[in-house]
Design a protein around this ligand. Structure first.
Ligand code: E4P
Length: 214
């Protein structure tokens, strides 16, 4: 399973990218709004930092508006993937962008049938939102499992991005289920790196070394 960061913050992205495992970035309108910066400039900077797919979401929700924004965003860099919400117009946009050779990420996926339709329309990625499913007292991991079963059964070339990750166990379970990608917030990536026994082990090695040689 590849690891993306779910962030529009340049410092966070630079910090994680320097560690060598980062394979892509996802943003959404809420994440970009937090930065209070020019949208295009943020996406351009991210593309210059990370080598891999960079998801940028359209704000418009009508067919024409989505197509216009998608073409503008796709023009920023060849690695830009257009994030489209799973709606009727969204599916038409996904199909037409595919015909133009522009990659899409179908977002706000909350059912396996939505994921199947988006894949059949031509989405390069689908993003089931695990945490937001959990918030409704349902199990986001069951959704992910259903999507993986269907996609593997019919060997669809659409990749699945486990999104709305709320804790490291979501990442662990997504990997067990066979998700192609998990997009993980900065804070959770940091939690995944750290282990108290690693810290204690370093301390003990250092202490033993100092006692013997200093
Ligand atoms: C995914 O692409 C979304 O940007 C993100 O994972 C949403 O997460 P949230 O539910 O924590 O806002």
């Amino acid at each position: 399973m590849r690891i993306f960061i779910d962030s529009a913050n340049i410092e966070e992205i630079k910090d994680i990218n320097a560690m060598g495992f980062l394979a892509g970035v996802t943003t959404n309108p809420s994440l970009v709004a937090k930065e209070k910066r020019d949208y295009r400039e943020v996406i351009r900077e991210i593309c210059a930092i990370v080598e891999g797919p960079i998801s940028a979401e359209v704000i418009a929700q009508d067919y024409t508006g989505m197509m216009q924004e998608a073409e503008m965003l796709a023009g920023i860099h060849p690695n830009v993937v257009i994030k489209i919400a799973m709606t009727e117009d969204g599916l038409k946009v996904i199909r037409d962008l595919r015909q133009k050779g522009i990659k899409t990420n179908a977002t706000l996926i909350f059912s396996a049938t939505q994921a199947l339709l988006a894949a059949r329309a031509g989405a390069s990625y689908v993003s089931p939102f695990l945490g937001r499913v959990d918030d409704t007292a349902n199990d986001g991991l069951i959704l992910l499992e259903d999507i993986m079963t269907i996609f593997n059964q019919f060997t669809l070339d659409t990749e699945v991005i486990a999104a709305s990750i709320r804790h490291p166990v979501h990442v662990l379970q997504a990997a067990r289920i066979g998700s192609h990608i998990a997009t993980v917030p900065y804070k959770i990536i940091k939690q995944m790196i750290k282990h108290p026994l690693t810290d204690a082990g370093i301390q003990k090695f250092l202490q033993d070394w100092q006692e013997a040689f200093q």
